[in-house]
Design a protein around this ligand. Structure first.
Ligand SMILES: [Zn+2]
Length: 132
């Protein structure tokens, strides 16, 4: 099975409104067929909150399996508009996505890491690692 498909990975919110936009964006822009979805409420916030360390461990474990067993070479971390699990405005989410990019890079997985923000039109914006 795994030879047939090119996999990607997303660390995304549980929010059902974000799933399809994120899957479509990664498939269309990163030439993957299947997106392994790792979900937590307000997933981009787990990297900025020490109380959510258990979730970062689960995220790392899940991403490792996606990368090592499915040969994923892209990991997206996602924040979104109107997030119940991690409430905040767009600049707050951008900052947390950037923090998440830093933390995920410390996992040293052989995959590119990208940040995505699903905006108030449920369109996907790519979040650069640092402010220009
Ligand atoms: Zn959410």
């Amino acid at each position: 099975m795994k030879e047939q498909y090119k996999f990607g990975t997303a660390i995304n919110c549980i929010d059902g409104r974000t799933q399809q936009p994120v899957i479509d964006y990664i498939k269309q822009n990163y030439a993957v067929d299947i997106v392994d979805m790792i979900t937590f409420p307000g997933a981009n916030g787990i990297f900025s909150n020490e109380l959510r360390h258990a979730e970062t461990s689960l995220a790392k474990h899940s991403a490792s399996i996606s990368v090592e067993k499915h040969n994923s070479r892209i990991i997206a971390v996602v924040g979104h508009y109107d997030c119940a699990g991690n409430p905040g405005d767009k600049s707050y989410h951008y900052a947390q996505i950037r923090k998440a990019l830093q933390e995920i890079s410390l996992w040293k997985l052989p995959a590119r890491i990208i940040g995505l923000y699903v905006n108030d039109n449920w369109q996907v914006e790519e979040v650069e690692e640092e402010l220009p």
